[in-house]
Design a protein around this ligand. Structure first.
Ligand SMILES: Cc1cc2nc3c(=O)[nH]c(=O)nc-3n(C[C@H](O)[C@H](O)[C@H](O)COP(=O)(O)OP(=O)(O)OC[C@H]3O[C@@H](n4cnc5c(N)ncnc54)[C@H](O)[C@@H]3O)c2cc1C
Length: 309
């Protein structure tokens, strides 16, 4: 495969938008994705806060349209994982990117690799991943039809996904370590009206157990100190995000949590390398902010290539 002028790592909303802008500006652009086109969005069901849609939009349709739009401008989407990269003599002479399908040398790079769900860190969690423990309600929810499950977390994702799971599950226990939720008020109000959801507040999961599949959780009440056993067939965990930046940590400047530091124009510490979307150090991680970052990164990569001609 010929080396593109601009390589974008990650086909979530940030990468796809960067692809639209970079290819529309006339550059040979490639987006490399290791898993699902659409990123985290492809793992959720409905989106109700993305501008331009007065009613909730199917998440998958939204990202498929973004991908189609990028392809229409000539952007190439390939499946492979980026494992690392090195700067040739100078950034202007190219960036040697190592991928699972070989080495390519673009002249500008946009890192849009997003995040991975944080583990809960409780005994039994790793053992039951794929056997009751999940980080993706849209992927695994239908497997728990007519079963009782639990969701852990207190942000938008936890509440939205608990609500979604009630389409299949007979009961959803929402376990949160505080009395208050971080989620938006409209989401909290909607979830509170869902009779299939039982709130277990000021409680934490301290154990995950079963024979071959998850069967029960130990749930500790932080106010009384008492631990109860909660029999459930599934546990969906939404307790935060870890940036996918392991492959670039030697070269790209990151914050203590591993998120990439950029300026407002999405420039990293290395000329010609930009970062966009959830992988970046910022406060609001949403589709709308990811596409904003992607648009800026695409245009800034274009501007950068003009300067090194
Ligand atoms: C359950 C859930 C529900 C959500 N609901 C909403 C919502 O309703 N509204 C909203 O605005 N936001 C929502 N969000 C947040 C939204 O999904 C993210 O803000 C958005 O997807 C960020 O886009 P991104 O392109 O930065 O990263 P991501 O969507 O995370 O995409 C990054 C992509 O990079 C790929 N990648 C990572 N490393 C590599 C590598 N080394 N090589 C190749 N590819 C790589 C990943 O596979 C992934 O596809 C939700 C998130 C979750 C988890």
């Amino acid at each position: 495969m010929a080396d593109p002028a601009i390589l974008i790592i990650g086909a979530g909303p940030a990468g796809l938008t960067a692809g639209i802008y970079a290819s529309r500006a006339g550059h040979e652009t490639m987006i490399m994705e290791r898993e699902l086109v659409g990123g985290q969005v492809a793992k959720t069901a409905l989106v109700e806060n993305y501008p331009g849609f007065s009613r909730p939009v199917e998440a998958m349709n939204l990202v498929q349209e973004m991908a189609e739009q990028a392809r229409r401008f000539g952007c190439q989407l390939v499946t492979a994982e980026v494992q690392g990269f090195a700067i040739e003599q100078s950034p202007a002479s190219g960036i040697a990117v190592m991928t699972t399908t070989g080495r390519i040398v673009p002249r500008a790079l946009i890192i849009a690799t997003g995040t991975t769900p944080r583990r809960l860190g409780v005994a039994g969690e790793e053992r039951f991943v794929g056997r009751g423990v999940s980080y993706c309600a849209i992927c695994d929810g239908p497997l728990f039809r007519d079963k009782e499950v639990a969701v852990v977390g207190g942000g938008d994702s936890a509440l939205e996904e608990a609500d979604y799971l009630t389409r299949f599950c007979s009961r959803v226990f929402l376990i949160h370590r505080r009395d208050e939720f971080r989620a938006a008020k409209t989401v909290v109000d909607r979830v509170k009206q869902n009779e299939k959801i039982t709130f277990l507040l000021s409680r934490v999961v301290t154990g995950i157990d079963g024979q071959t599949r998850l069967e029960k959780l130990d749930v500790k009440d932080l106010k009384t100190g008492k631990t109860d056993v909660l029999p459930v067939a599934g546990l969906f965990i939404y307790v935060g995000l870890l940036p996918n930046t392991g492959f670039c940590k030697e070269i790209i400047e990151r914050d203590e949590a591993g998120f990439i530091k950029t300026d407002p124009e999405m420039r990293t510490n290395v000329p010609g390398i930009f970062a966009a979307g959830d992988v970046r150090q910022k406060r609001v991680r949403q589709i709308a902010t990811a596409v904003g970052d992607g648009a800026i990164a695409g245009m800034m990569a274009h501007e950068y290539l003009q300067t090194i001609r």
